[in-house]
Design a protein around this ligand. Structure first.
Ligand code: CA
Length: 425
């Protein structure tokens, strides 16, 4: 099917247009369609380029901009999204408006055709250089489940601070990887309550956390907090995120400073970054606040800060959960405001995770910890029972959001397969 003819109902139609970074996959002995149109501005095999997804094709955005004499060629003909991210809200809107015209106005077809590549001919890369990485804990259902599992005797399953601030921690940006990257089973210390001393070895309670990641574009000045109302000036878009978690390592190390080696070995993100501008029809009010909020977090007079994103979690292609993002108590705007209220600055490429998304029902939980109640029950998959992940298991998160006129906005997928630890560990 030609690139412009996107099937009716395709979640990657012209209403979506997410951004990624691709290279043409080298295939010895065959010639991709690009070769017959080769020019200085076309992507060579292996060269990384900013791409925009339309249906089952990716448009080489920089080459398209040059071919059309667009002023955005400089921003788009790059091996990473960072220059576009840094350009700010006005540029993001202008570029999106231009791209929408390029893929919908028939007179551009002949010029742009050579710059479309089938998804099957490209390799997708980590789309931006990740600056700082923060992860939150914004689902009340998730926080209550975790509280009941680990603090069964506590009067309240939430900690006293939970309804007053979005709890988070700083993670490791250098191990954020793109969808499709294998995840090596981590090793570390663990100590079960019944053990007299810790032991070292591969994690035996390897888990997932289904999350949404928010990508910061425009930076902020150190010493100047970013208010709720400036969220859209700084945040470019969102992606899917899997916060791989070694529960046994985490349980032994986390008191009193929080997650460390149980999380830092890998965090996977989807290859496509969906701009906030594509998600206008998915905005919803967050759940009713049960506690008064301090002024810098009080969003009662702001535009709706929640997003209606329908996530699906599959292990080896078998769906095990469908967490609804609309249930998240804290919004991405509140998280940004909290993250900077002390004067901490934002950098282009900062990434922050929403926290595990879990809905109220048992089939809406975003971690195996909750789905198997810390290993007390099992998940029945076609290939056997699971409590936590086994070597060879492939986890896939997918999601979509309501779009304009009854359409769906596809958020792509984040996939990762567990491989065994090196022999020496
Ligand atoms: Ca997490």
């Amino acid at each position: 099917m030609p690139p412009f003819e996107v099937p009716e109902g395709d979640p990657f139609g012209p209403h979506n247009l997410p951004y990624g970074v691709f290279s043409l996959t080298e295939s010895p002995g065959s010639f991709s369609s690009a070769d017959s149109f080769s020019s200085a501005s076309s992507a060579g095999a292996g060269e990384r380029r900013v791409g925009v997804r339309l249906g089952a094709h990716v448009l080489d955005a920089g080459a398209a901009a040059r071919a059309l004499g667009s002023p955005y060629a400089e921003l788009l003909a790059r091996p990473t999204l960072n220059p576009l991210l840094a350009a700010g809200r006005t540029a993001w809107s202008d570029v999106r408006r231009a791209l929408t015209a390029w893929v919908t106005v028939p007179s551009h077809r002949e010029t742009l055709e050579p710059h479309f590549h089938p998804l099957s001919d490209v390799t997708l890369h980590l789309p931006f250089e990740v600056a700082d990485y923060v992860d939150f804990y914004a689902s009340e259902n998730h926080a209550r489940n975790v509280g009941q599992i680990f603090r069964p005797d506590a009067a309240d399953s939430l900690t006293p601070n939970w309804k007053h601030l979005p709890i988070g921690y700083h993670g490791r940006s250098g191990t954020v990887v793109v969808s499709g990257t294998d995840v090596v089973r981590p090793s570390g210390q663990r100590k079960a309550p019944s053990d007299t001393a810790p032991v070292f070895g591969p994690s035996i309670r390897l888990d997932i956390e289904a999350e949404v990641g928010f990508v910061v574009g425009a930076p902020s000045a150190m010493g100047t907090p970013v208010p709720l109302s400036s969220f859209r000036e700084h945040v470019f878009g969102l992606c899917l995120l899997n916060d791989w978690s070694a529960r046994d390592i985490q349980a032994w190390e986390y008191v009193p400073l929080g997650p460390f080696l149980g999380k830092s070995f890998a965090t996977s993100v989807s290859a496509w970054i969906t701009p906030l501008d594509a998600l206008e029809d998915a905005r919803v009010a967050p759940p009713t606040r049960t506690h008064p909020l301090l002024p810098y977090l009080d969003d009662s007079s702001e535009e709706p800060g929640g997003y209606d994103l329908r996530i699906s979690v599959a292990i080896n292609d078998h769906v095990v959960s469908e967490p609804p993002f609309s249930t998240m108590y804290w919004t991405a705007a509140q998280q940004l405001a909290h993250m900077t209220v002390n004067g901490a600055s934002l950098r282009t490429g900062d990434l922050y995770g929403s926290g595990t998304v879990s809905g109220p029902s048992e089939t809406e939980r975003g971690s195996l910890l909750e789905l198997t109640w810390n290993g007390r029950t099992t998940l029945d998959l076609p290939d056997g029972k699971r409590t936590f992940l086994e070597d060879g298991d492939e986890v896939t998160l997918t999601a979509w959001a309501p779009g304009p006129g009854g359409t769906r906005v596809g958020l792509g997928e984040v996939k990762g397969r567990i491989t065994p630890p090196p022999e020496s560990s």
